[in-house]
Design a protein around this ligand. Structure first.
Ligand code: NAD
Length: 261
């Protein structure tokens, strides 16, 4: 049966929440965490839509974050991503990112899977993050390669007005998964495999509308994991999780960590 504890963002978790969590983590081997854009909200990371202010207000994300858009106007897409990346480099990881990095030190195995491209988990100290939607901080050749491919490259400094080319003359593009593209095969396979062996699965700050990422908590649950959602809003997952903690990740996760001390 699903236990739902209703917390306004910032509220303290109840003793019952924390007791359940502590008990579930007592003999845990593998914790798998899936994060979405919500975990970076308290760092001030704009969603795609919020990023379309000012100059960009007249464009739709769907018209910028696609292979067709890049093919049509690579300079425009390049400049949009250069601006997004600059904003991301100017914000800091928050207490939620940091709590997850510390949680990894407290359990035998923690697999962190993110849909975010912002690199904030790594900056908070998480190692080996599975990036399902790639990373805005890397580039790869436009064409056949996927995010995480061996021929990925660094951003030029400064980024300039046009995408650079690699040694073979191929245009380099941001290593993020665009609308209409497949998820990187290796990252997805690793995430599915981890979900299958999870004892506890945490879904944090994701509206769980984008598959296959949204299927991971359900897959984990089918395989016997205890599933927990951390989100201030109800989502497509809420009714199917074992425990729902309504609150902001930056408030809830430090409390979950402290409960293990
Ligand atoms: P999403 O679909 O993952 O939904 C965001 C969820 O976070 C919502 O359910 C919301 O209720 C929840 N949320 C809001 N504040 C929260 C908080 N403080 N703590 C916990 N949860 C909170 O995100 P989206 O913006 O619709 O983006 C869809 C996709 O676009 C992402 O999966 C990602 O690939 C990409 N994206 C990435 C970034 C990033 O890298 N930070 C930002 C925007 C979009």
């Amino acid at each position: 049966m699903t236990q739902t504890f209703d917390h306004t963002p910032g509220a303290e978790l109840s003793a019952a929440d924390l007791a359940t969590w502590r008990e579930r983590l007592r003999a845990v081997r593998t914790v798998v965490v899936l994060t979405g854009a919500g975990i970076s909200a308290e760092s001030g990371v704009p969603t795609f839509r919020q990023a379309q202010t000012g100059l960009w207000a007249r464009y739709r994300a769907e018209n910028l974050a696609t292979p067709e858009a890049f093919e049509h106007d690579p300079d425009l897409v390049w400049r949009w991503y250069a601006g997004r990346r600059e904003k991301l480099l100017s914000v800091q990881p928050n207490a939620g990112h940091r709590a997850l990095a510390e949680l990894a030190e407290r359990v035998p195995e923690l697999v962190l899977v993110t849909q975010n491209v912002d690199g904030l988990h790594q900056r908070a100290g998480s190692r080996e993050v599975i990036e399902l939607h790639g990373s805005i901080h890397r580039l790869h050749p436009f064409g056949l390669a996927q995010p995480g491919a061996d021929d990925s490259a660094d951003w030029p400094q400064p980024p300039g007005e046009q995408p650079p080319r690699d040694a073979r003359g191929r245009l380099l593009r941001p290593s993020v998964v665009w609308f209409g593209e497949s998820l990187p095969e290796r990252a997805l396979a690793e995430a599915i495999q981890a979900a299958g062996r999870a004892d506890v699965f945490l879904a944090i700050g994701t509206s769980a509308l984008v598959h296959p990422a949204a299927s991971l908590p359900l897959l984990a649950r089918e395989q016997g994991a205890w599933t927990v959602e951390v989100n201030p809003q109800e989502t497509a997952l809420s009714a199917r999780m074992d425990q729902v903690l309504r609150g902001a990740a930056g408030q809830v996760l430090p409390q979950l960590l402290a409960a293990l001390a």
